[in-house]
Design a protein. Structure first.
Length: 195
């Protein structure tokens, strides 16, 4: 009898523990309001443009969304996560912005199985892409544009983009700010291509 009572109590505690676990929320970066991304006049509409590789630092290679606190401490959320690898999501959103900005569908995410030769390639190395405890987003990257033979069409640039948040920023707001940062990066690079 005591053993049966013990098993029932443990089972009840396990059921209660599972029922009270907080739900996990999953997020994707997106292109946001397409009206914010206006096409720019350039001679690149008919060119096949490769996007990538886009390289991320190891600290971002995880499903948890990261908040950077003071003192460079990283806080990983167990209940707010990326729905897919951040590097893949970021690259796809960046490519979609370029398609709109350059008014072309001839965008290839690299490396690609498509054997079409490229007219130019945009490569990006992400240094930092996270939010701080106040909801401010920082996207720091190095990017360059290469010709088909690998020579530099546009030499390496450093880009530092900040999207201002507020103390009330929650995770959906932070993810929206991160999406806006990608939009700004795409606009910066495509602006150089349009010159």
């Amino acid at each position: 009898f005591n053993y049966l009572k013990f098993v029932m109590i443990v089972s009840s505690l396990l059921v209660y523990g599972c029922a009270s676990s907080p739900p996990i929320h999953y997020y994707l970066l997106d292109t946001g309001n397409s009206s914010k991304t206006t096409s720019q006049t350039s001679g690149n509409q008919n060119k096949v443009i490769g996007i990538g590789p886009v390289r991320f630092p190891d600290y971002l290679d995880r499903p948890q969304i990261i908040i950077r606190s003071s003192g460079n401490e990283l806080i990983l959320s167990d209940t707010h996560r990326w729905a897919e690898p951040l590097e893949e999501n970021f690259t796809r959103v960046l490519a979609e912005h370029f398609s709109r900005l350059l008014n072309t569908s001839a965008i290839r995410i690299e490396p690609s199985r498509n054997r079409t030769s490229l007219d130019l390639r945009i490569t990006v190395d992400i240094v930092r892409f996270d939010a701080d405890e106040y909801g401010d987003i920082q996207l720091v990257s190095y990017w360059r544009v290469e010709n088909p033979d690998g020579s530099q069409r546009i030499p390496q640039h450093r880009s530092s983009i900040q999207v201002t948040g507020n103390t009330n920023s929650n995770y959906p707001v932070i993810v929206r700010g991160m999406s806006d940062a990608i939009s700004q990066l795409a606009a910066e690079i495509s602006g150089e291509l349009a010159e």
